[in-house]
Ligand binder design. Structure first.
Ligand SMILES: Nc1ncnc2c1ncn2[C@@H]1O[C@H](COP(=O)(O)OP(=O)(O)OP(=O)(O)O)[C@@H](O)[C@H]1O
Ligand SMILES: [Mg+2]
Length: 228
């Protein structure tokens, strides 16, 4: 469902972040992306939802060739891709409910569906009872759950997460991982960049290791493989 063929990315300052990447991720997989700081993990991930475009090569997601995708069709692509960030990126003036509902409103979902689906999703992440609160009234782990709810509310085929536990303490990180596992068990593909060695070595999934812009390892149920 995510395919990269001979993909390279050189930023405008001349830094080559990725070189000749070939990868194939199937529907339903759970993939960790690991590697040292500056290796190219975020660049790799951002290309999947066309936050950035490759300098060379082709990427397709859900059968859509991203190089040929017109600008006005990008929202359609993103409808099928949920994105979760290290720093949550919630709208601070909106309630928990409104943050999640917003993702449905922008794609013009029927209002009648929105309430039911938002509450169902908040229930899944264990935050139904905090629907009326503001992000500033929540812990980091709770804020990350809201952002996960927002990422899955439109039932995307894939969720892409860039260091989703990077700002969280160990216990909270495990709770967040359990939610991702639950989402994956329901059939959603997960691609997650992480520096969390303990998690990668405990909840085993495919590991793609990137170093210096190249894939140096791609292993089913792999290890983290670095000292951290
Ligand atoms: N917008 C940009 N413009 C120029 N260079 C960039 C840009 N974004 C990233 N880079 C460079 O590309 C390389 C890869 O960066 P990237 O953010 O993909 O690494 P990363 O593996 O995600 O690192 P980290 O673990 O620290 O998040 C680095 O050398 C970085 O400085
Ligand atoms: Mg990064």
């Amino acid at each position: 469902m995510i395919e990269m063929q001979d993909v390279s990315k050189t930023y405008s300052n001349g830094v080559t972040a990725l070189s000749r990447i070939n990868i194939n991720i199937e529907q339903g997989e759970f993939v960790y992306v690991v590697g040292p700081s500056g290796a190219g993990k975020s660049t790799f991930i951002k290309m999947m939802y066309r936050e950035i475009r490759p300098t060379h090569g082709t990427i397709s997601v859900n059968g859509i060739n991203l190089s040929k995708l017109r600008h006005n069709k990008v929202p359609l692509l993103r409808r099928n891709i949920g994105v979760v960030f290290q720093d949550f990126k919630l709208l601070q003036t909106l309630s928990v409910y409104e943050n999640v509902a917003f993702a449905m409103e922008v794609i013009e979902e029927q209002p009648a569906n929105i309430k039911r689906r938002v509450m169902e999703t908040l229930d899944l992440v264990g935050l139904k009872h905090k629907a009326r609160m503001l992000p500033t009234e929540l812990s980091g782990g709770e804020q990350q759950r809201v952002s996960i709810a927002r990422s899955i509310v439109n039932s995307p085929k894939v969720v892409i997460a860039d260091e989703p536990t990077g700002n969280l303490d160990p216990d909270t990180s495990w709770e967040i991982m359990n939610i991702f596992d639950e989402i994956n068990l329901r059939g959603t593909t997960i691609v997650m960049a992480t520096h969390n060695k303990e998690i990668v070595n405990t909840i085993k999934h495919r590991v793609i290791a990137i170093e210096g812009g190249r894939i140096v390892r791609d292993e089913a149920k792999g290890d983290y493989g670095y000292e951290s």
